[in-house]
Design a protein around this ligand. Structure first.
Ligand code: SF4
Ligand code: SF4
Ligand code: SF4
Length: 229
């Protein structure tokens, strides 16, 4: 199936990848291409299950894991976000380490990498492929990431699953500074008619808007089960 981009020139690399992922989904080999995990800093410290902890748990449960460079940003070079923020696990990690394309790291080092990703406004995504399912835990930018481009350029919201959380904004506490608009790569927050407008139905639950709000007007809440992907 040939995919159509919403605007601009064709990107054959991306189209080929999109066709491959579509094939895996249609054959039932993976449930979706990727899934959002919210950043740790978007939750109060008293919360029992911290979402970045979900990433750490994936790494802890893996037989092996390693840190590799972000292939999407190396390919597209559209931003200056850090490159060394991409975790790969198990067979994929073993292969990359053998080929000297990744290095094993400790859990403590992985936590530092996740903090750096949040400082740079990067979205945590787990990536799926057949057999191994989750094979990578990435920290992604909207301009280079293949999966976020599937969503933004091809309108394929079906290929990315929401996290278990959704942002809630108290508009009375919001002072309309607009800082959260740039953080939201999913288009749930836009600046229009001199104010920030938030559409919670477009929220994927990444938590990045929470960490920049100067008034704590936004919090993350558990997503209702019926609204989960
Ligand atoms: S999926 Fe994200 S972190 Fe992984 S290579 Fe692509 S942009 Fe980089
Ligand atoms: S509103 Fe946007 S930035 Fe905030 S949690 Fe939802 S998807 Fe992320
Ligand atoms: S960052 Fe907070 S105060 Fe600023 S526009 Fe967003 S919700 Fe409102």
């Amino acid at each position: 199936m040939t995919q159509s981009k919403k605007k601009g020139t064709r990107d054959e690399f991306l189209e080929e990848r999109l066709d491959r992922v579509d094939g895996w989904v249609q054959e039932g080999k993976i449930p979706f291409s990727s899934k959002v995990i919210p950043v740790n800093e978007s939750f109060p410290t008293q919360q029992r299950v911290l979402p970045t902890e979900q990433v750490i748990q994936i790494l802890r449960k893996a037989r092996s894991f390693a840190l590799t460079s972000c292939e999407c940003r190396e390919r597209y070079q559209r931003c200056e976000s850090p490159l060394d923020v991409c975790f790969i696990i198990n067979d994929e990690a073993d292969k990359y380490v053998t080929e000297k394309k990744a290095r094993p790291i400790t859990i403590e080092e992985a936590e530092e990498v996740l903090h750096k990703a949040n400082d740079n406004g990067l979205v945590h995504l787990t990536l799926n492929k057949p057999e191994q399912h989750v094979f990578a835990v990435c920290s992604c930018c909207a301009c280079c990431c293949h999966d976020l481009q599937f969503l933004r350029e091809y309108g394929r919201s079906d290929l990315i699953a929401h996290s278990e959380y959704v942002a809630h904004t108290d508009m009375e506490a919001c002072t309309q500074c607009g800082d959260c608009v740039e953080r939201c790569v999913f288009g749930a927050r836009v600046w229009e008619e001199e104010q920030m407008s938030y559409d919670s139905t477009r929220c994927y639950g990444c938590g990045l808007c929470v960490t920049v709000c100067p008034n704590e007007a936004t919090v993350m809440q558990q997503r209702q089960k019926k609204n989960r992907v």
